[in-house]
Ligand binder design. Structure first.
Ligand SMILES: [Zn+2]
Ligand SMILES: [Zn+2]
Length: 260
């Protein structure tokens, strides 16, 4: 039997760190003072390495020496920090692989090998893990893309930052029937936010999910998780959970673990 893979949200915040700056969260996670969005899959694969990744790895008790691969959703500083990528690569016998969109402009990085991904192509990362990149509707100058990971036959979609899903991404993902669907939920449960052209709001997610079902991207088995949450645009975490749990939406928080 193949063991379940444990995934850890190391951060779940949009670029809205005021709550974190006001609170004293040194050495601990706080559901209402979120750190920069980042996910650790197993102990070797990191999705994004932005503003707070080193703190978050330390708080989660993760072993940096085990990280072999970093997937970069895009090059905004809350998702990618070059010094942090180099710090993760430090002292390793082989380079850390940095996976990104094929057209991304990546600065020279010590100890890092850049792996460029074409949209919709399946890349073998480990013998038991493949990854596919699909482009995202977000600031195009940041080379945004989302990832579908296939791990031991299970599927995990990680989609932040971005609003909705592009037509082409939808075609690439059609029929994927993912086990876990993680999506951008920057804006709260209201309409009219100007940022909702490059980020989702809760009403947008409500409209999007039935269309994803119709395309076979998600199904009844799928766990839908929300991340990249701006504390200033949402109710406190516990209230948001109460609001969205009846709709089957899981509100991620820093330090939250799930198995795949
Ligand atoms: Zn962001
Ligand atoms: Zn961004």
């Amino acid at each position: 039997m193949i063991d379940d893979i444990v995934c850890t949200f190391l951060g779940t915040c949009a670029r809205d760190f005021e709550a974190l700056e006001k609170a004293d969260c040194r050495g601990r996670f706080d559901k209402d003072a979120r750190r920069s969005s980042c996910l650790l899959i197993g102990d070797s694969l990191l999705v994004d390495c932005g503003t707070h990744v080193l703190d978050s790895l330390a708080i989660a008790g993760a072993d940096i020496s085990k990280i072999t691969d970093i997937f970069v959703t895009h090059f905004h500083d809350d998702h990618f920090n070059p010094e942090h990528a180099e710090r993760i690569a430090e002292g390793k016998t082989s380079p850390v692989r940095l996976w990104c969109r094929f057209d991304a402009e990546v600065p020279p990085l010590r100890g890092v090998e850049v792996m460029r991904m074409h949209e919709g192509v399946k890349y073998p990362v480990f013998p038991t893990l493949n990854a596919i990149s699909v482009y995202a509707n977000h600031d195009e100058t940041s080379f945004p893309n989302h990832f579908l990971f296939e791990v031991n036959g299970k599927k995990l979609f990680y989609g932040t930052d971005g609003a909705w899903m592009t037509e082409r991404a939808c075609v690439c993902l059609r029929g994927a029937d993912v086990d876990v669907f993680i999506t951008d939920a920057t804006c709260g449960d209201y309409a009219g936010d100007s940022r909702a052209t490059g980020h989702n709001s809760i009403p947008m997610i409500r409209l999007l999910l039935p269309s994803l079902r119709a395309n076979g991207i998600i199904s009844d088995k799928t766990r839908v998780m929300l991340t990249h949450i701006a504390p200033s645009l949402h109710k406190p975490h516990d209230e948001t959970v109460k609001l969205l749990r009846p709709e089957g939406l899981i509100v991620a928080y820093d330090g939250m673990r799930f198995t795949l």
